[in-house]
Design a protein around this ligand. Structure first.
Ligand code: UTP
Length: 294
């Protein structure tokens, strides 16, 4: 699978303030909050690795270095678990360091997602003609959409984004695409994008999910953007510049499930969903929930 992906570097912006999880995020980065027992950052790292990426550039702010520390091996803990014959736990603690090589880029101030992605540029080398960007707030299931996006980039060139077809009444929570069809049902050409439109004004029901496969040209565009919505440097504005320049941008419509881990209700829903599928936890939780709801 790795060879089908012409992208070796995945960028994960994780330098935001996480205000929706205050007070916890005074101390604990939102990206380390668990879905059941595994933090969001490990899910996106696994997704990037599965798509063939060889290194993960974690963009963090001063104080959030623990997001990167999470990928360091923990030999003392491993020795302790080995000594206690805790093989299943040992497998769990070794998973993240073995997944992918993690590197850190610092974003000193939360100037916006576009700025955060730009902070990864100095770590790129000549062979990085495109990068994958994964937002750890979005859990996109089943994994594998990045490989589909890489195949679309091979066919059409340029940059490829990911969208979900959402009910019209929900569009105002998302960035929404203006598109033209292609010969492929689930691949659209992107003509533009609007942030959080009113349902009746939305150009489509295709909502952006936090997965991007961006041609290196995006870094040039990131140098040209000015603060936009919320006074932040927006990745969307850089993509809009690329479109204006005639750079091909396509979207893959992903038919699957998406969990928004960026707010407490979404994280809770994802945890319940995962726990219900867990053979050990699931049955008891299911009957407790049924009683509780009644
Ligand atoms: P969000 O706006 O959803 O995250 O950004 P946030 O700002 O941390 O959360 P709230 O709204 O205050 O609760 C989406 C992603 O972009 C990263 C965030 O860490 C998150 O993964 N981000 C955002 C940065 O890395 N830097 C920024 O300046 C802004």
């Amino acid at each position: 699978m790795g060879v089908s992906m012409n992208v070796r570097t995945a960028v994960v912006p994780a330098a935001g303030l996480g205000t929706r999880f205050l007070p916890t995020t005074k101390v604990v980065p939102k990206e380390l909050l668990p879905v059941v027992d595994t933090p969001a950052i490990e899910y996106v790292a696994a997704e990037a690795a599965q798509a063939g990426a060889q290194r993960l550039v974690l963009v963090v702010s001063p104080g959030k270095e623990s997001v990167a520390t999470y990928f360091d091996p923990t030999p003392d803990l491993e020795a302790e678990l080995r000594g206690r014959d805790k093989d299943a736990l040992l497998d769990k603690v070794r998973r993240a360091p073995e997944l992918i090589r993690a590197e850190v880029a610092l974003q000193d101030k939360p100037l916006g997602l576009g700025h955060a992605v730009g902070c990864a540029e100095p770590l790129l080398d000549d062979s990085d003609d495109a990068v994958a960007v994964l937002l750890p707030d979005d859990l996109v299931l089943p994994a594998g959409v990045l490989s589909t996006m890489a195949a679309v980039r091979q066919r059409y060139g340029g940059s490829v984004l990911c969208a979900f077809d959402v009910p019209r009444e929900q569009v105002s929570a998302y960035g929404v695409f203006t598109v033209d069809g292609t010969e492929e049902e689930d691949v659209k050409r992107v003509l533009g994008m609007v942030e959080k439109p009113a349902p009746e004004a939305a150009p489509s029901t295709l909502a952006a999910a936090g997965r991007y496969l961006l041609d290196r040209a995006v870094f040039g565009a990131l140098h040209r953007i000015v603060p936009g919505a919320g006074g932040e440097l927006q990745l969307t504005d850089a993509i809009a510049l690329l479109i204006d320049d005639g750079h091909p941008v396509h979207v893959v419509v992903h038919r699957g499930v998406r969990h928004d881990l960026g707010n407490p209700a979404g994280l809770l829903r994802a945890s319940v969903d995962f726990a219900l599928r867990d053979p050990e936890m699931g049955p008891e939780l299911r009957s407790w929930l049924r009683d509780r709801v009644e």
